[in-house]
Design a protein around this ligand. Structure first.
Ligand code: PLP
Length: 481
């Protein structure tokens, strides 16, 4: 790595990316490539000698870009957005450029210390109780994904419960509770820590609770399990579910979790970011009953992939479960117990200096602009929702809370509308002009317009609506003919 060459080549790549952003609207949003397309374009084996950056970037343009779904396109409305920003990119550059591996404090003190500071900054922006902050009695860590955060908290909860029950053979008694709207990552995580499907309770939600987990139904499931000799272990509540943005009643769920001595985790992967705005903060009321809460800044907080914040009230349980004692890592700082060794707060040993990225995102925007960012996305979602609601052919299926709008084309009486809406979605996506995804909620196929890609403006939302209307018109005229 020589610094002259490093600087020149890095500038070339940055110019390449800037050019990509300038032209991003020209690409079909969803890739049109067929499976296996890339092996036809690239050599079968690695080159023997070095190749130039020019040759490589040419291949990126010609072979890689066509195989991308352009998540940063302003016309990307699928899944949940993965916000990129200049600040996030600058942070990534610094993280990758410095390339330190902060698995314990001594391996790079600044990496650990900045992470603790940034986790407290974020926690304070969200008005988390001091029991989740280092400046209080808790603490936080950056993971790569919610899945990792959930696996780790489940492992902590499991080990804590097994110790109380007096032996690992009791694992078959432990039960995890979630709703049918909870992200599948929780079920996957439960499986990874040894909870079988038969001990994973999926509480059904419905239109009547706007797809929020009902405390009464939860209590009934717990009571039935207790009668069967099982032990409630872990409850996951969600603020902003993936399918439709539903919010579970955190306070009521938290009280139940406390009553039955369960670990209560809040998954705020998507909508947690909105809770920096006072008007959305009430969705987190009751967070004081939780043991842990996680949020993905890589979704809606202008932080390039990847970044997941996890706060814990008692990090000790995480450390008890995940710590390892290795001679090669032994050092005075760790032995003094006055430092944090983040390797004991996560699955892997190695870790990136992600805190730099989040720190720069927060500093370069400030709380005011971060709140503006959330509000402007919600404003665009409201605008879209109004347009949908005023067209009699369409209906909003689930009331919107954040920047996700779930809607559908109303079907003929004898049909459930799935086929019609599937066709509509396919027609929109295959046009290349926009990309949305779907969900099935309450048995209905709904189209999800997740508004919030960093570059999206009102005009893109208006274009999306025109495109939907145009495709709906074609579909309906085909139906008639
Ligand atoms: N939880 C919710 C509510 C989500 O919407 C998602 C992803 O969209 C996840 C969890 C999964 O997050 P990750 O990919 O970081 O594991």
């Amino acid at each position: 790595l020589d610094s002259k060459n490093f600087s020149d080549e890095s500038k070339t790549v940055i110019d390449f990316i800037a050019e990509y952003y300038r032209n991003i609207e020209k690409y079909p949003v969803q890739s049109r490539m067929e499976p296996g397309y890339l092996s036809e374009k690239l050599p079968e084996s690695a080159p023997f000698g070095p190749e130039s950056l020019e040759e490589i970037l040419k291949d990126v343009s010609e072979s890689i870009l066509p195989g991308l779904t352009h998540w940063q396109s302003p016309n990307f409305f699928a899944y949940f957005q993965a916000n990129a920003s200049t600040a996030g990119f600058l942070g990534e550059m610094l993280c990758s450029g410095l390339n330190v591996v902060g698995f314990n404090w001594i391996s790079s003190p600044a990496a650990t210390e900045l992470e603790t500071i940034v986790m407290d900054w974020m926690g304070k922006m969200l008005k988390l109780p001091s029991s989740f902050l280092f400046s209080g009695t808790g603490g936080g860590v950056l993971h790569g994904s919610t899945c990792e955060a959930v696996v780790c908290t489940l492992a902590a909860a499991r080990d804590k419960a097994l110790e109380k029950l007096g032996g690992s053979e009791n694992i078959t008694k432990l039960v995890v509770y979630a709703s049918d709207q909870t992200h599948f990552t929780v079920q996957k995580s439960a499986k990874l820590i040894g909870i079988t499907k038969s001990n994973f309770r999926v509480i059904t939600t419905s239109f009547s609770t706007k797809f929020a987990l009902s405390p009464e139904n939860l209590r009934a499931a717990i009571e039935a399990d207790l009668k069967a000799g099982l032990v409630p272990l872990y409850l996951c509540g969600t603020v902003g579910t993936t399918a439709c943005g539903a919010v579970d009643p955190i306070k009521e769920l938290g009280e139940i979790a406390r009553e039955y001595e369960m670990w209560f985790h809040i998954d705020a992967a998507y909508a947690g970011s909105a809770c920096i705005c006072p008007e959305y903060r009430p969705y987190l009321d009751g967070v004081e009953f939780a043991d842990s809460i996680s949020l993905n800044p890589h979704k809606w907080f202008l932080t390039n992939m990847d970044c997941c914040c996890l706060w814990l009230k008692q990090p000790k349980f995480l450390v008890d479960s995940l710590s390892t004692d290795s001679e090669i890592l032994r050092n005075k700082a760790s032995e003094s117990h006055s430092v944090i060794d983040y390797k004991d707060w996560q699955i892997a040993l190695s870790r990136r200096f992600k805190a730099l990225k989040l720190w720069i995102v927060i500093r370069k925007h400030g709380l005011t602009n971060l709140m503006y960012h959330i509000r402007s996305d919600v404003g665009m979602a409201k605008r879209f929702e109004t347009m949908v609601a005023t067209d009699r052919r369409f209906e909003i299926v689930v009331p919107r809370k954040f920047a996700l709008v779930c809607f559908r084309l109303k079907p003929e009486l004898e049909s459930d509308g799935s086929e019609l809406n599937r066709k509509l979605l396919e027609a929109v996506n295959s046009s290349g002009r926009a990309f949305m995804s779907h969900a099935v909620v309450g048995g209905l196929f709904v189209i999800r317009a997740a508004i919030g890609a960093t570059l999206t403006e009102d005009r893109h939302v208006d274009d999306l609506w025109k495109l939907i209307q145009e495709k709906a018109q074609i579909l309906q005229s085909q139906d008639v003919n």
